[in-house]
Write a protein that binds this ligand. Structure first.
Ligand code: NI
Length: 265
């Protein structure tokens, strides 16, 4: 029987292999004497019952995670939910799903073909959230999905794995603001997502976030290898609520812009 540490560790190793900048930033912060605490891990999926948020969340809920708030992203046609573990040293898990019903018959048909290629018992595995891409897809299909939804195209290319990990800025000793961390990252040559400003959110909504632009990765398509945006690293600073406890939720308006870190440029 797997435990939650196995699952989180497998997610990190898969993510760091695909996204070398995350490992570089992690090491850079450790070299400065920081102990990097992970605020949340984000995963993506489709709202098809075979793979939807509830299905993808099952390995986490079976290992002690509990469903918390739900979120709606009308423009990107996404639902999302976040999960927390009783041990508050564990990262939160944020899972979003694309509402397929809001898209054209052509997009739905490509996605249904991909999901039809999945082994039937895949979604029952303890490591389903890090199963990778259980289908083949052509670059033409990737581009056709991308013209309607960057999110759908990312899912088609990468499948089930962490989309990003997130450094909790509050736990850093030498950076007293997200601005200071962003400046440090830029000095070291990392590019940040500037959609909606480098910092999404504010103390008024109890959460500030920034993110790198996604690293590019070589991906195998049936019609050749193509270099496309993979994953990004995120940074979050949380603020106390009026009752003194640190805000643990998410802000849909900010996340909406952060999603764009994996857009093709
Ligand atoms: Ni996030």
């Amino acid at each position: 029987m797997a435990n939650i540490h196995d699952l989180l560790s497998k997610l990190w190793h898969d993510y760091a292999a695909l996204n070398p900048q995350a490992r570089k930033i992690h090491k850079l912060l450790e070299a400065r004497g920081e102990n990097v605490v992970n605020d949340h891990i984000a995963l993506r999926t489709f709202d098809d019952p075979r793979v939807n948020v509830d299905t993808l969340a099952r390995p986490f809920t079976e290992l002690g995670y509990v469903a918390k708030d739900t979120y709606d992203f009308p423009e990107k046609k996404l639902n999302a939910r976040h999960y927390e573990h009783a041990d508050d040293g564990m990262p939160k898990v944020f899972i979003s799903e694309l509402r397929l019903g809001g898209f054209s018959a052509s997009l739905r048909s490509v996605v249904s073909d991909l999901l039809g290629q999945m082994p039937a018992d895949l979604s029952k595995r303890w490591d389903f959230p890090v199963a990778g891409r259980p289908w083949v897809v052509s670059y033409a299909e990737y581009e056709s999905l991308r013209s309607q939804s960057e999110y759908a195209a990312w899912m088609a290319a990468f499948g089930f794995r962490a989309n990003h990990f997130t450094v909790l800025v509050n736990a850093l000793k030498k950076f007293d603001s997200l601005q200071a961390l962003n400046a440090f990252l830029k000095e070291h040559g990392f590019k940040l997502n500037a959609s909606g400003g480098e910092i999404k959110g504010s103390p008024d909504v109890f959460l500030e976030q920034s993110a790198t632009l996604a690293d590019e990765a070589d991906v195998d398509f049936t019609d050749g290898v193509h270099r496309i945006p993979a994953c990004y690293y995120e940074f979050a600073r949380r603020y106390p609520l009026p009752d003194g406890t640190l805000f643990q939720g998410f802000v849909a308006k900010s996340a909406d812009k952060i999603f764009e870190s994996t857009n093709k440029r």
